[in-house]
Every structure is written in structure tokens, then in C-alpha cells.
Design a binder for this molecule. Structure first.
Ligand code: CA
Length: 130
């Protein structure tokens, strides 16, 4: 039952995908905070200080890109972008704005967990050295 210390914020409006991601992460010992809109995501980000954000690009109240820009102005929190979009330009734009990784739907639970672990490893490496 003991959880690892990491908190993941999921911002995704589709309930089934949010539920899928939450189940995967809680099974692997992560704490999970959920948001259904970009506005909820901003509030949750500020109040919970997550270690990693999983961000859907297609949100009902605006593009996930705007959330990503907001975070990158002040924070180095790793952000994994989640999207059904297969358009190459969206991936490039998200990475240019500061996304750490990109997962295209549909994805497997093993892939998602591996990417979360990788994002945490990279952020620890950059903040804990020295
Ligand atoms: Ca969506």
C-alpha cells in the first residue's frame, strides 16, 4: 500500500482516458491529482505542486499548449504531453514550448509508466546534482 513520494497531475477531459491513466499510476504507487480542464489544471498545479504533469492537448476550455506555456514561464516541472493528434507539427510545437516527452494515444500502460519514470529521472538529475 505504501506509495512512492511522487505526485502526478493528469489534465485530460476524457473520463475513460483519465481513469485509465489514474489506474496505471496508482497501481505503480504514484499519487494522482486529476483535472478536466486547463483552468482546473492551473489551479491543481498551483495547489498541489506535482512532480510530473501529464497534459492532454485537446481540452474543452483551451489548448493544452497554453497551459504548457504558463508552466514553462516559472517552473521546470516535467510535462508529458498526451494527445490523439498524430500531426508532426503538434509534437514539434509541444517540444519546442518545453514539453519533456510526448505520448500518442492509444498508448500502453507499460509505455506510460516508463515515460513517467524517465521524466522523473531526468528532472532529478538536473536538480539534485551537486
Ligand atoms: Ca481531450
Amino acid at each position: 500500500m505504501n506509495s512512492n513520494k511522487y505526485k502526478v497531475l493528469i489534465i485530460e477531459d476524457e473520463g475513460n482516458i483519465r481513469h485509465f491513466v489514474r489506474t496505471i499510476l496508482t497501481t505503480n504507487g504514484y499519487q494522482v491529482v486529476e483535472a478536466k480542464t486547463a483552468a482546473e489544471g492551473r489551479m491543481a498545479f498551483m495547489s498541489h505542486s506535482p512532480d510530473v504533469v501529464i497534459l492532454d492537448l485537446g481540452l474543452p476550455d483551451g489548448d493544452g499548449m497554453e497551459f504548457l506555456k504558463m508552466v514553462r514561464k516559472e517552473f521546470s516541472t516535467p510535462v508529458i504531453v498526451l494527445s490523439a493528434r498524430t500531426d508532426e507539427k503538434d509534437k514539434v510545437d509541444a517540444l519546442d514550448i518545453g514539453a519533456n516527452d510526448y505520448v500518442t494515444k492509444p498508448f500502453s500502460s507499460a509505455e506510460l509508466v516508463a515515460r513517467v519514470r524517465s521524466a522523473l529521472r531526468n528532472s532529478r538529475r538536473s536538480t539534485d546534482e551537486g
